[in-house]
Design a binder for this molecule. Structure first.
Ligand SMILES: Cc1cc2nc3c(=O)[nH]c(=O)nc-3n(C[C@H](O)[C@H](O)[C@H](O)COP(=O)(O)OP(=O)(O)OC[C@H]3O[C@@H](n4cnc5c(N)ncnc54)[C@H](O)[C@@H]3O)c2cc1C
Length: 393
């Protein structure tokens, strides 16, 4: 049996775990991360990579405290992308400087009124037709287009940028870790398995950022709180996309009717990755969802012939803290009990805020007490993005 020790042991190598590990290491904490699959293999690889600034959440006209909190995220990420922020993301590929918001003709006046409101004037402005993204700069287009302060990132390069500085701390282990509490709240002894090998880690604090895996980890630790909710989405991929587009189409509700991002297809060309209300209609069967996607594409892009473009579905659940009405939480979430921190970022964009929340709760870093894990213990590797998977080619 091999042993090692650390101040903080993180479970889950999605955006939350990788961001936290980097921030904690930079702040001087001893920390290790355990991933039971590939890095990013939960929700993170399905993300559209939009660093939201909260505009689409402010569509109700109310600017809540959390919509103000998210408004600060694009600037923090942009500093990191420029190599002068809390983490160095200068190697991350920026797919688009901005996400756009467009209205169909019938909603144009409502949108104009909203953006002219005092609350929104500082965040965005309509743009002249000459500056519309190519997919909307079309003779038949009758709506309005707004540019949002929301960069869009290539998530594969983001995972690699976050892995590089901490590669030796990204342990792979089977899912069923065993936990034994140490006396007097001194922490936990955690037994990890990888095939016939065993590793025992003594950790003062556990940090659960395993997405939907948090519920099973809490159960194994004998904790019943916090409760989790899953919100299913049925995203759609379109191969052979006609032009790059990063935009929300505003519909009648506060959830965009369609959210489009564009990603390089390893087979050549571009993939449109389609979310928004289209992806929230999860009760449809597979064929009905594909038909609904074709109908939306025909209605919103009548100037393109997409009738024969190959489509595929990418179903995935969002994992979040439970809300009594099952609605979307609108802020990063942290719960602390008995030396265990349970966190859900609720958005990729909130990773920096999630790290602030955790670090606020910690005592200052101790002088190094950690013993490093064995160099030959298996390390976790990055997951492919949905359009990189052979089954979707
Ligand atoms: C379709 C979709 C699109 C989205 N688009 C955006 C967007 O454009 N912008 C945005 O800001 N947010 C977006 N989000 C939200 C965002 O993707 C998530 O909030 C974020 O990725 C959650 O990250 P996480 O690290 O908490 O969890 P996850 O990415 O789910 O990672 C959890 C990790 O824990 C691992 N794990 C599970 N159990 C265990 C265990 N027992 N031991 C060790 N490891 C374990 C899993 O294998 C996984 O790698 C989107 C979400 C979805 C589903």
């Amino acid at each position: 049996m091999t042993r090692c020790s650390t101040e903080l042991l993180i479970f889950g190598g999605g955006i939350a775990g990788l961001w936290l590990l980097n921030r904690l290491r930079r702040a001087g904490y001893e920390a290790l991360l355990v991933e039971s699959d590939a890095l990013g293999s939960g929700q993170t690889r399905y993300s559209q990579g939009i660093i939201h600034g909260g505009t689409k959440y402010a569509l109700t006209g109310k600017l809540t405290a959390s919509s103000e909190a998210i408004a600060a995220m694009p600037a923090r990420w942009r500093d990191c992308l420029a190599g002068r922020g809390e983490l160095d993301l200068s190697t991350v590929q920026l797919l688009s400087e901005h996400q756009y918001l467009w209205s169909t003709a019938s909603l144009g006046s409502r949108l104009a009124g909203f953006f002219a409101s005092h609350a929104m004037r500082s965040r965005t402005a309509p743009i002249p037709a000459a500056e519309y993204p190519a997919a909307l700069r079309q003779p038949g287009f009758r709506g309005q287009v707004y540019r949002l302060d929301e960069p869009v990132l290539e998530v594969g390069s983001l995972l690699r940028a976050l892995m590089a500085p901490v590669a030796d701390r990204l342990l792979w282990a089977e899912e069923a870790a065993q936990f034994t509490p140490l006396p007097a709240g001194e922490g936990w002894e955690v037994e990890l398995a990888a095939a016939d090998r065993r590793l025992t880690i003594t950790a003062r604090r556990l940090v659960l950022v395993a997405g939907r895996g948090n519920a099973a980890l809490l159960a194994r630790l004998g904790q019943t709180q916090p409760a989790m909710q899953l919100r299913p989405l049925n995203m759609v991929l379109l191969r052979g996309a006609p032009a790059p587009l990063y935009a929300h189409c505003l519909g009648a509700s506060t959830t965009p009717r369609l959210t489009v991002t564009s990603h390089p297809d390893p087979a050549g060309g571009l993939v449109w990755y389609l979310g928004g209300q289209l992806a929230e209609a999860v009760d449809r069967g597979e064929q009905a969802q594909l038909a609904a996607a074709r109908a939306e594409l025909a209605a919103l892009f009548p100037w393109f012939d997409l009738a024969a473009a190959p489509l595929a579905l990418a179903p995935i659940d969002r994992a979040e803290p439970r809300r009594t009405d099952g609605s979307r939480p609108d802020d990063a979430f942290l719960h602390a009990a008995a030396g265990v921190f349970t966190l859900w970022p609720t958005k990729l964009a909130f990773a920096p805020r999630l790290a602030d929340r955790l670090i606020e709760q910690l005592e200052p870093p101790q002088p190094s007490r950690g013993e490093d894990p064995p160099v030959d213990w298996p390390r976790s590797q990055p997951a492919p993005l949905p359009w990189e998977e052979p089954r979707w080619r």
